[in-house]
Design a protein around this ligand. Sequence first.
Ligand code: AMP
Length: 403
Amino acid sequence: MGSDLKGIKTIRDFELKDKIVFLRLDLNVPLEAGKITDETRITASLPTIKYALEKGAKLVLASHLGRPKAAGDKKYSMEPVADRLSELLGKEVILVEEPKSDAVKALVKGAAKNQIVLLENLRYEPGETENSEDFAQAMASYTDIYINDAFGASHRAHASIDALPRLLKNKGIGFLIEKEIQMLNQLLENPKRPYLAILGGAKVSDKIDVILKLMDVVDGFVIGGAMAYTFLKAQGLPVGKSLVEADKISFAKDMIRRVEARDKTLLLPVDHVVTTDIASRKVMTTSCPAIEENFMGVVIGPKTISQYSAAIRGAKTIFWNGPMGIFETPEYAEGTFAIAKALSENTGLKIVGGGDSAAAAEASGFADKMTHISTGGGASLEYLQGLRLPGIEALKPPKISGL
Ligand code: AMP
């Protein structure tokens, strides 16, 4: 079981007027040369920001961005995020370089109606990833109410996610986390059957834990992407020079055995789009699951698309994590987009894990046909494994001992 929301307050439970509200958001957007390439996480945060503003809160917004190696690494500045937020909210966003200083309190108290405060990248401060009590104390010193709406960061026990709310009495979640948990709980609590997990992406190793957990709850697996070649290899098929994780072949064999023993289905590709050289973008299609020497699989083939689409048509609950191939390259994108299309035509519950799967759903043009696309890749996988998220646990009222 994952974390439930029992005993946890939401932003609606607080009187926000004139209170300093520390809003921990996930504004960790991808950047290329200082430009935001996907602003989903910003737009997903807007309902909570706007609600707090309407209720008269004095806002301190905070997030991490990427993995800066040194404090002040300009590449990871929140500046582009501040600019975009300012455009979207029609307010001036004051970027504060020093989240530990007393100046934050003065700034936020003195902020005019058309201004909001955004802290610089929290990870410029080493105390953030160290879950430092000192850093948390500094942020707590200017916080009246703490709201976590950073689902994508809630699986990390970092200072702004864990240590900070533990210091405070007035704390709760925002609208995004509430929705994420409610959606993911539908997969954990009595999902309608058949329940199908579509797994793809680069590595089996990244997903072993979630595969093991899903084994207990799903009726079938559909495997694509580079992950599939490790499974095919485990069945003794040649896969040419496709990506294979040699040390995960025995896991794949074991999984195939266990799925068969439990009378569940496991679909693997029956054909592939292949190339001799990824950079060439020249493709051929195989007529069978085997891949010849010198060729590598880049995405599932047409017969596989039909089989997988039929499985998707028959399912009532679907969890999709990981693309069916190298969807970022247009010549290799079709198999992944076809699966997104099949999902779009299904009327059941369709939940897409974050990260690359969210990007693939977006690129396919079918994103708006999914029931929910999580903003948190790692967080959604951990939640589905039944792990408790530190960012949720820290919001629970303390247990009273001795009772
Ligand atoms: P993940 O983060 O594990 O979901 O993996 C996503 C990445 O896997 C994407 O960037 C895809 O380009 C990559 N990927 C999917 N299929 C293949 C493949 N057949 N060969 C190489 N990379 C792949």
